[in-house]
Design a protein around this ligand. Structure first.
Ligand SMILES: Nc1ncnc2c1ncn2[C@@H]1O[C@H](COP(=O)(O)OP(=O)(O)O)[C@@H](O)[C@H]1O
Ligand SMILES: [Mg+2]
Length: 262
């Protein structure tokens, strides 16, 4: 509460000592975060570092082993709050035999969206309005990613979790996606985007680096570069992870102090 008063806003997304264990695996190992509304946060980290697990905990799709996840001040999982969350999973969750319109209609109904205006708006946003009747199995990979995004946005959630949304997406579409993300953030949506693509990191307002279930650094891209003493974000990431430029553990065993980041 005091921390909240000090920063002067109610965080849209909060993790407080958040943990998730799968048997001996500490997928999320004590994470504290507070996200300001209307900003884009990048969640970066190597495969297996706990990005997807963290997102699922924050989005209320998994129960923590310890600590707490809050969305708009409410402890997750919380059924009514699920309607305030958009979650684009890493793996596609579409029905291939159903049409574009039937797919988005199904998810809209699940979210209690009535009428077709919201559906048409979401499809138009990702330029799939003309493909409403097409079966999903006839769509290209990029079109399916666009439909996944439309499905995620149909109920206009104030908090968005996007798990590697641009994997398998060509550069032109990637730029379009980031244009959408920025517009949504400008309108007040809080966005957490997991990625292991460093060139996407610079499109975020703030970055959170995770490794082995822990936050090893956070700040703006510029902060992190200057703390790590490099102008290359990928190198900065390796430094924070305590690795040399080839990804091998440094002899000293530790990178720059993440606490030093402003
Ligand atoms: N349902 C699960 N059961 C057991 N282990 C899991 C499960 N989900 C994730 N893990 C493990 O937790 C760790 C973090 O995984 P994940 O969150 O998917 O990482 P990332 O998204 O960064 O690649 C990995 O070691 C992974 O194998
Ligand atoms: Mg993942």
């Amino acid at each position: 509460m005091n921390a909240r008063a000090a920063v002067g806003f109610e965080p849209a997304v909060e993790a407080i000592g958040l943990r998730k264990h799968f048997g001996p695996i500490h997928a999320v190992d004590g994470i504290d975060l507070a996200f300001t509304p209307g900003r884009i946060y990048g969640l970066l980290g190597p495969n297996g570092s706990g990005k997807t697990t963290l997102i699922r905990l924050l989005a209320g799709l998994a129960r923590p082993s310890g600590g707490e996840a809050r969305i708009l001040g409410l402890t997750m999982p919380d059924r009514p709050t699920l309607g305030k969350v958009g979650y684009m999973p890493q793996a596609e969750a579409l029905y291939p035999d159903l049409s574009v319109g039937e797919n988005i209609g199904f998810f809209a109904a699940l979210q209690g969206v009535r009428g077709s205006a919201a559906i048409d708006r979401s499809l138009d946003l990702v330029e799939l309005g003309s493909r409403k009747g097409a079966p999903v199995l006839e769509l290209s990979g990029g079109m399916r990613r666009r439909l996944s995004l439309a499905v995620t946005l149909v109920h206009e959630p104030p908090v968005l979790f996007l798990d590697e949304p641009t994997v398998g997406v060509d550069p032109a579409l990637r730029v379009q996606f980031w244009g959408h993300f920025r517009k949504l953030a400008d309108a007040g949506t809080t966005i957490l985007v997991a990625s292991h693509v460093m060139d996407e990191a610079d499109r975020c307002d703030e970055l959170v680096f995770v490794r082995a279930g822990r936050v090893i650094a956070r700040g703006t891209g510029a902060d992190l570069r200057s703390t790590a003493g490099t102008d290359n974000l990928e190198t900065a990431f390796l430094r924070f992870a305590g690795l040399d430029d080839a990804g091998r553990p440094l002899d000293a065993g530790r990178g720059p102090d993440p606490e030093a980041a402003p």
